[in-house]
Design a binder for this molecule. Structure first.
Ligand SMILES: [Zn+2]
Length: 230
């Protein structure tokens, strides 16, 4: 008897041979299921997103396909900066409308993944500098920003919102649900393509361990609801 591995996993290089080169983890379950893409590090100064995404690369799934791009913008992460050194804000460089082009080489490589793998669910992990419910700032920290692809898109966001807020005693630190990721963002472009697409934002004013725990709870909620994890 030849024992087949319970789970298949491989690592591919995105933007191979360029200065943007970064790893994509392809983790497949034994049974058919949805294709979910988890992205961290589009902005290099939002550490909880890429630190959580790195942990997700170690997951195995029962069904479907889990794609993880933990360090989407490695140059920005290395510089601890929002924008690509020598370039712009990667999350404004995705197609502004269906059929439009990406505005940078790195955005094109990432957008190719969405198309080639026929991604159905996108979880893009970010951080804000403050709390959305703090009236003194315009930060989107502690929000789930979804593209209204279908009623199910919102329903899963509400489930995640409930789970996140259950643990938060201070009302001003609770998560809020917003619609329409900003134009030019990966989530906006994916949503316009029919993907269930989300930007998740923790607040950098919380301890790092709290932020990573919230990021992982967000990802877990989707992987469980979509039956990738039992
Ligand atoms: Zn961001």
């Amino acid at each position: 008897l030849v024992a087949l591995p319970a789970h298949a996993r491989e690592v591919r290089l995105v933007a191979e041979g360029t200065r943007y080169e970064t790893s994509l983890y392809v983790i497949r379950g034994e049974r058919a299921g949805p294709v979910v893409l988890v992205v961290g590090g589009i902005h290099g100064d939002e550490e909880a997103g890429y630190l959580a995404a790195r942990r997700v690369t170690e997951y195995t799934v029962d069904s479907g396909t889990l794609l993880v791009l933990p360090e989407a913008n490695r140059l920005a992460i290395a510089a601890s900066r929002r924008a690509t050194p020598g370039g712009g804000d990667l999350n404004r460089e995705f197609p502004m409308a269906p059929g439009r082009r990406t505005r940078s080489a790195l955005a094109r490589h990432i957008w190719d993944l969405v198309e080639q793998f026929e991604v159905e669910w996108l979880l893009d992990l970010h951080e804000g500098f403050d709390f959305y419910l703090n009236p003194d700032t315009d930060s989107v920290g502690q929000t789930i920003i979804y593209y209204p692809t279908s009623p199910r898109t919102r329903r899963l966001a509400e489930i995640a919102l409930d789970r996140l807020n259950r643990d938060i005693d201070e009302p001003g630190r609770r998560f809020s649900l917003l619609q329409f990721p900003v134009s030019g963002s990966l989530a906006r472009a994916a949503g316009q393509r029919g993907v269930h697409a989300y930007i998740f934002e923790t607040s950098a004013r919380q301890p790092r361990a709290t932020r990573i725990r919230q990021q992982l709870l967000f990802v877990h909620t989707f992987l469980e609801e979509l039956d990738l994890l039992r």
